[in-house]
Design a protein around this ligand. Structure first.
Ligand SMILES: *[C@@H]1O[C@H](CO)[C@@H](O)[C@H](O)[C@H]1NC(C)=O
Ligand SMILES: *[C@@H]1O[C@H](CO)[C@@H](O)[C@H](O)[C@H]1NC(C)=O
Ligand SMILES: *[C@@H]1O[C@H](CO)[C@@H](O)[C@H](O)[C@H]1NC(C)=O
Ligand SMILES: *[C@@H]1O[C@H](CO)[C@@H](O)[C@H](O)[C@H]1NC(C)=O
Ligand SMILES: *[C@@H]1O[C@H](CO)[C@@H](O)[C@H](O)[C@H]1NC(C)=O
Ligand SMILES: [Cu+2]
Length: 372
């Protein structure tokens, strides 16, 4: 005999999370996501009450959606990114292509791509990666505001109008100039160089991945090909919410987030929120699997992936501190399973940590942040 609540817990169909049910309307509108985010926030804060580290309720950083950050703070964030583009590159002896600390993050991602996508390390690597970037903005460039994320679903009605891409002073720059016939999948509305506002003058220094020497100098403009259909079809509020609700364990969660076709249940997500967000920006280097971090909005996009992971894990924190999968992309070449005792070393860009240390965003070693 199985008590009803246990049966409910064991069921993982849409709309039900730990006994909480959400209507389809609340899922589609983002209300359910907001409520789950609140539960996650409260769960993390509660853990901080017993904190023995220097991460406390007073020191914890709250990451925010771009449009919930005041204009002057968004400008300060963008200026800090421009500052990072002026700081010294830490891979000085590999090639003349990379020129700045901002570029160093692109080099690191290029090196690690075959191990940190569709593998055991995807979620925790990207968590450490964007956090390290945040630390550089703070420590090298004096940024003191909130670290932003991009809730894609808020732009499903028109990415060009997004406060992230509207080309205003408080945005991250505009769409690319309209060019004919380009675009991935449905075809975007730009495709050329960013025309207005921040990052209009940013020079992408190396790449693409298809170049004979991808790290060699190749100065060019930043191109974007904003794609509202991509956003609405794969990264809607409903997609984000149901991905969280329909993933009972980390293996299915990471498969659903990435649309990993090795998993039959993950196939319906197709491009999924991860690819959906990337290809909503698209262009060059935004659409480049290896060099997408040279697109400044990459970090807002992966902020949202990390927020999803944070919400998902807080919803059943006791059971969701696990790792699944092998240590190569799509298990090619075949490799062993990853473990939480594996070490993630991102020197010289950042530090070296056991994956286990990266599970808790309020653990204090190294992380101390939550999302709202
Ligand atoms: C906590 O302490 C460590 C080392 O003692 C330091 O690196 C880190 O920045 C501190 N974190 C916070 C949130 O103060
Ligand atoms: C670059 O320098 C680093 C640190 O000095 C060294 O570990 C690495 O082997 C060098 N790489 C090349 C290609 O020379
Ligand atoms: C880009 O550079 C030009 C020439 O230096 C300058 O006039 C313009 O203000 C810059 N635009 C932006 C958005 O920074
Ligand atoms: C993703 O969201 C869109 C818009 O709400 C919806 O049409 C689509 O069916 C969703 N995808 C999946 C796999 O549920
Ligand atoms: C690797 O993990 C899978 C499940 O994720 C498991 O079935 C398999 O036994 C593990 N392999 C080893 C060698 O532990
Ligand atoms: Cu990546």
């Amino acid at each position: 005999m199985c008590p009803l609540w246990l049966a409910l817990l064991a069921t993982s169909y849409s709309g039900l999370v730990l006994g909480q049910t959400y209507s389809q309307d609340d899922i589609n509108s983002g209300k359910a996501l907001q409520q789950m985010s609140k539960i996650a926030y409260d769960t993390s804060m509660k853990r901080l009450e017993g904190s023995t580290s220097n991460c406390t309720k007073d020191t914890v950083h709250v990451r925010k959606e771009w449009r919930n950050i005041p204009g002057p703070e968004r400008i300060a964030y963008r200026k800090a990114v421009e500052c990072l583009m002026q700081q010294p590159n830490v891979y000085q002896n590999i090639s003349a292509g990379p020129k700045s600390m901002f570029d160093s993050f692109g080099v690191l991602h290029y090196y690690l791509t075959p191990y940190v996508h569709n593998s055991a390390y995807f979620l925790l690597f990207h968590r450490l990666y964007i956090w390290t970037y945040e630390q550089k903005l703070r420590n090298l460039c004096g940024y003191t505001g909130s670290f932003p994320y991009w809730e894609w679903g808020l732009d499903a009605g028109g990415v060009e109008k997004s406060p992230i891409f509207d080309g205003s002073e408080t945005s991250m720059g505009s769409n690319g100039a309209k060019v004919g016939g380009g675009g991935f999948g449905f075809g975007g509305s730009g495709g050329g160089c960013v025309t207005t506002g921040p990052f209009k003058n940013y020079t992408v220094n190396f790449g693409p991945n298809t170049a004979r020497n991808p790290l060699a100098p190749n100065p060019r403009c930043l191109k974007r090909d904003l794609n509202t259909a991509m956003c609405a079809t794969y990264a809607s509020l409903r997609n984000t919410t149901e991905t969280i609700l329909q993933s009972p364990d980390v293996e299915s969660f990471q498969a659903n987030v990435q649309g990993d076709f090795r998993y039959p249940a993950a196939r319906k997500w197709a491009m999924a929120v991860h690819g959906g967000g990337h290809f909503t920006i698209a262009g060059d280097p935004g659409g480049d699997f290896y060099f997408s971090p040279l697109e400044p909005v990459f970090y807002l996009h992966h902020g949202s992936i990390d927020r999803m992971y944070w919400i998902w894990s807080q919803l059943d924190w006791a059971k969701r501190q696990t790792m699944a999968g092998t240590i190569t992309m799509m298990n090619q070449p075949r490799s062993r399973n990853g473990t939480l005792d594996d070490v993630l070393d991102i020197k010289p860009v950042g530090g070296s940590f056991k994956f286990r240390e990266l599970l808790d965003t309020v653990g204090g070693t190294p992380f101390c942040f939550v999302y709202e």
